[in-house]
Ligand binder design. Structure first.
Ligand SMILES: [Zn+2]
Length: 715
């Protein structure tokens, strides 16, 4: 079948299915229709099933305290200065960088700036709104306006310089190149779509909405091309604002053609993988995928649950994220799965690509928005407080490509990907790290359909939003969380008004404590993990949240060498590590520092005998080693020779895609057996993992806690 035939078949299938889809929507009683109710942040056109939460427009939540310090550092580091970092960022979606032909089809032949530009501009516009920073906003808008102002009816998605009537342009944009470039430009367009959706949500500028509608409403063919999945959410956003019939029919046809499948059903990896339930019999790392593709390809199927009203579209991606958490099947203690390009088992030297910190956070934020389960927000916090700060230097000007739970010397793990550098090739991670802070800040609170607000994540901030019958309210959240365990919220409605506020109870917190104006609020959290308080709120009301943190010690096996025991220490949402001080820069450790310790914990004692030390927050937050929260832990030194041992499993983790990083060559340096507890115990001081550049966070253990460890999982 020729490309043209495939294309025509897809269009015909789309037309046919659009009828079937509409019937189905009618059957559940709520077809996509104009929303006439008075939901403050409802969209004019709603899908058949409503999401749990509605994101507030960028700019409604301003960071404060330590979070503001870090946001300003991000602005002054990478985000406000990307053109100085690499020429590719000057080219990204620039008026004079109009790639055509074969070079457009391959990221490594010149098309890369379209992906990188999408990541960066998405982060920059959101950070500009969050900080109310006019110069950052001007810079982001100037770049995005090149696309907005040049859009025309003959372009292909946001590539305004292409002509959809020119077969050569159609071929270049949608070329299927067998695993290397599955319609690469189409994928990159989805990232631009995400940036423009944020631009419109923040500005209400109808030129921007017109650009989104023109890209996704011009025809429906885009939805069937290779990596088109990144475009589904921005297309959906455009639909909810415009009700564009072509967009609606593209989504209806796509979901109708892609029912959720059982694990046995073979589906094309780059088209439909995550509308398939995982094979429960296999660990996550045995169902391989490229990490970025995994995170970006799960969330389109969650959208299917809104569009079709069928919950299985949400259940499938949620289950994939649940199986990562099993045993040591892939989740790293810093909160983002192993993705040293491809999925792999948990391991002290296994890498996690920096792109995946942003991608994993975004996937959980999106699943939270759709399904409303607090566990997804727990995961966002874990990634944001641990993995995100670890990958960038404290000045936000250098970064690693892969982070590892343990980094004990400049050369262990070995390779440039593990060093802090201004850029890494490819430039994906250098671009994607601009999304960490704005995506966290702009989703600290979300709106609810009952005209209330929900505290979905925690951190110091100020919220200005509408509640009840369009009553403006300010919420001032004063806290050092997660470096302390309480949050004071001043509620300031413009006038007395009855509305609900919902507060997420972190999954790790057994005894939350909520008071309203000093009175204890006794209601337990609902099944979604949120406590909902609906009352008449008056200016001057206060909510005090306290989430007592407890020390958690997790023991397991480095699954890149299945016999190797380890232990990690967490407190609240924070992972703790023995920091090896970095001296002149993030690549230079203090060689005199002793890091050769095994944790020596008495697993049967509550609190494990670990003492918590609190100190005042520093004047300016910079993820400094001199951390305000420290744990004192018993350990024993031993003659730790970090012998490189060949990893298990011996088979390559991924078979479907060539990876520059060879999973079968991963080494572990942890001792194969528990260390004898014969030496004299010492007390070592741990700090939050996010503060460290060199560290041990997956510790060897003495034979004392080894008896309580679970059995090793075989490969
Ligand atoms: Zn990357």
């Amino acid at each position: 079948m020729s490309r043209r035939q495939v294309f025509l078949t897809a269009i015909i299938a789309g037309l046919a299915w659009s009828g079937a889809g509409l019937k189905r929507q009618t059957a559940i009683g709520k077809g996509p229709q104009k929303n006439t109710n008075a939901v403050n942040y409802g969209r004019p056109f709603e899908p058949p099933a409503r999401p749990a939460f509605i994101p507030l427009p960028p700019g409604r939540i301003e960071p404060a305290g330590w979070l503001r310090d870090w946001a300003l550092t991000a602005r002054d580091g990478y985000t406000g200065h990307m053109e100085e970092v690499d020429p590719a960022f000057r080219q990204a979606w620039a008026a004079d960088y109009r790639m055509t032909g074969d070079r457009l089809s391959y990221w490594d032949r010149g098309a890369w700036p379209y992906e990188g530009g999408g990541y960066w501009l998405d982060g920059m516009i959101r950070l500009g709104y969050a900080l109310h920073d006019d110069s950052l906003l001007s810079k982001a808008k100037a770049r995005l306006d090149v696309v907005v102002n040049n859009m025309n009816e003959n372009g292909i998605l946001f590539m305004w310089w292409l002509d959809k009537n020119n077969p050569a342009d159609v071929e270049a944009a949608g070329k299927q190149a067998g695993g290397e470039a599955q319609a690469w430009p189409i994928w990159a367009n989805g990232l631009m779509g995400r940036a423009l959706a944020a631009y419109y949500a923040g500005s209400g500028d109808h030129r921007v909405l017109r650009a989104l509608e023109m890209a996704y409403g011009g025809d429906r063919g885009w939805s069937r091309k290779g990596w088109a999945l990144s475009n589904l959410w921005p297309a959906f956003e455009a639909y909810t604002w415009t009700g564009n019939r072509n967009i609606g029919e593209a989504l209806t046809g796509l979901f109708a053609d892609n029912a959720v499948k059982t694990p046995e059903k073979s589906v094309p990896l780059y088209e439909s993988w995550y509308n398939r339930m995982p094979d429960e019999r296999l660990p996550w790392f045995r169902q391989p995928d490229h990490g970025v593709h995994f995170n970006e390809s799960t969330i389109p199927w969650a959208l299917g649950s809104l569009w079709t009203g069928k919950p299985e579209y949400l259940k499938a991606p949620c289950r994939w994220y649940e199986i990562i958490e099993r045993g040591d099947d892939g989740m790293q203690p810093h909160g983002v799965p192993v993705c040293d390009e491809n999925s792999g088992p948990t391991g002290s030297l296994r890498g996690t690509e920096t792109c995946n910190v942003a991608g994993y956070m975004w996937s959980q934020i999106t699943l939270l928005r759709v399904g409303g389960q607090g566990v997804m927000a727990d995961r966002v916090e874990r990634a944001f407080f641990n993995a995100a700060p670890a990958v960038v230097s404290r000045d936000f000007k250098t970064h690693v490509y892969h982070q590892t739970p343990n980094r004990i010397t400049r050369n262990l793990p070995d390779g440039h990907a593990f060093l802090y550098s201004t850029t890494h090739g490819p430039l994906c991670c250098t671009a994607a790290l601009n999304r960490f802070v704005p995506n966290y800040v702009t989703h600290l609170w979300m709106a609810t359909y009952d005209n209330g607000l929900a505290a979905t994540h925690y951190g110091p901030c100020k919220v200005s939003a509408l509640v009840a019958d369009r009553v403006p309210v300010e919420l001032e959240c004063r806290t050092d969380y997660p470096f302390n365990d309480f949050i004071d919220i001043a509620v300031k409605p413009a006038r007395d008004a009855t509305f609900p506020l919902s507060f997420r109870i972190p999954g790790w917190c057994a005894n939350p404590h909520i008071t309203v104006n000093g009175s204890l609020h006794r209601a337990a959290a609902g099944a979604n993990g949120f406590v909902r308080i609906e009352r008449l709120w008056r200016r001057g009301d206060t909510v005090h949240l306290r989430f007592p943190m407890t020390v958690r010690v997790r023991t397991g096996h480095d699954n890149s060498a299945a016999d190797t025991p380890y232990a990690t220490v967490s407190y609240g949402p924070l992972l703790f590590a023995l920091a090896i001080p970095d001296t002149v820069d993030a690549n230079t450790p203090d060689d005199a520092f002793n890091w050769n310790y095994a944790l020596d914990l008495q697993g049967d004692k509550p609190g494990y005998g670990i003492a918590v030390e609190r100190r005042p927050m520093p004047g300016k937050w910079a993820w400094q080693l001199d951390a305000p929260l420290r744990l004192h832990v018993r350990a024993r030194s031993f003659d730790w020779q970090p012998v490189a041992r060949k990893a298990l499993p011996t088979e390559p983790v991924a078979r479907d895609e060539a990876s520059p990083f060879q999973p079968e060559r991963v080494l572990t340096h942890l001792p194969a057996k528990p260390v004898s507890a014969g030496t004299v115990p010492e007390e070592i001081r741990l700090v939050p993992y996010g503060c460290t550049k060199f560290r041990v966070s997956m510790f060897p253990v003495t034979d004392r806690p080894a008896g309580v460890m679970p059995a090793a999982r075989g490969p």
